[in-house]
Design a protein around this ligand. Structure first.
Ligand code: FAD
Ligand code: FES
Ligand code: MG
Length: 278
């Protein structure tokens, strides 16, 4: 169980692995995630189930190496096993049956948006996707997103590919050009999701975001993943990760994901051959 069956390097900082996890694959639905540990005494980190194959009993994870644990995970090779992995966790995404949805994915956020687009495409929903990254070398899953989108827009912050600007700028352009949409789903770093919500807010377009707070147990007991939604405290692991983006307290969310930056830096520096300083 938990053996890595396939490994693909997607960009200099992003890897895709296919893992033997039949119990998770059997129950997984778009929007859900797993929590894993790479080594004994290691921390637990959440990763979205980017794809699953119930017959083969596999799940796909796509992760960006941003710190110690993701770097350690990136060092595992085919036939190595992940120490432990629990899931599927979280509430499956509430996806529409019809209409037009704009799916906005930034950076590694394209991975969590992919299973939602696949499912909506299968249901006959018109999917307009906007994916972006800092530069063309960091774009991921373009082919897979193209296969489940009626329209695919590519953006890069530096203009090295497609639209020169942020995914939220592209969304604004589509709205201003009169493109009709029933809802927007945005997944990516907090500043990107927040900017997307500010674009849709004046037009009152329902906007779902997938929150990414620090998680520990993933079962609603530790409180690490709390987010404020419409003035109420929610636990992202059991009430989310998808929430109405117009109701999120973004300032608090940003403060909380950055709470352990100093400790994370030290952990990263202490680990030999794990990449050193970010
Ligand atoms: P560190 O250097 O320890 O941390 C880097 C940053 O990652 C931190 O500043 C913090 O913002 C965040 N982080 C650190 N520890 C945790 C933790 N225990 N839980 C959550 N965030 C943490 N990343 C992907 O690359 N692919 C995914 O599919 C993906 N899906 C996610 C789904 C959910 C529901 C959540 C909450 C997060 C997801 N993430 C995903 C983010 C991923 O969990 C973090 O990048 C990872 O935990 C970083 O760990 P690290 O030790 O490598 O980095
Ligand atoms: Fe502990 Fe959500 S991760 S309550
Ligand atoms: Mg860490």
């Amino acid at each position: 169980m938990n053996e890595i069956l396939e490994k693909t390097v997607l960009t200099p900082v992003t890897k895709k692995i296919v893992v033997n996890a039949p119990y998770v694959a059997r129950k997984a639905q778009p929007g859900q995630f797993i929590i894993l540990r790479v080594r004994e005494n290691g921390e637990r980190i959440p990763l979205t189930i980017a794809d699953y194959d119930r017959e083969k009993g596999t799940i796909t994870l796509v992760f960006q190496e941003v710190g110690l644990t993701t770097r350690l995970l990136g060092r595992l090779e085919v036939n190595d096993s992940i120490l432990d992995l629990v899931g599927p966790l979280g509430v499956p995404a509430e996806l529409p049956e019809k209409g037009t949805v704009v799916a906005v994915g930034g950076g590694v956020g394209v991975a969590p948006i992919l299973p939602k687009c696949k499912e909506m495409h299968k249901r006959g929903v018109k999917v307009i996707s906007i994916i972006g990254a800092r530069s063309k070398d960091l774009l991921i899953l373009e082919e897979e997103m193209s296969a489940c989108s009626d329209e695919l827009h590519i953006c890069t912050d530096d203009g090295s590919r497609g639209f020169h600007g942020f995914v939220s700028d592209k969304l604004k352009e589509l709205i201003e050009n009169g493109v009709q949409m029933d809802e927007v789903i945005a997944v990516g770093p907090i500043p990107m999701m927040r900017a997307t919500c500010e674009v849709t807010r004046p037009y009152k377009i329902k906007t779902w975001v997938s929150m990414n707070p620090i998680m520990v147990d993933g079962t609603g007991m530790c409180g690490a993943c709390r987010v404020t939604v419409g003035g109420e405290t929610k636990f992202c692991c059991v009430d989310g990760p998808m929430f109405d983006g117009h109701l999120i307290d973004w300032q608090e969310a940003w403060r909380r994901v950055n709470m352990y930056r100093d400790e994370e830096k030290v952990a990263n520096e202490r680990c030999p051959n794990c990449g050193g300083v970010r």
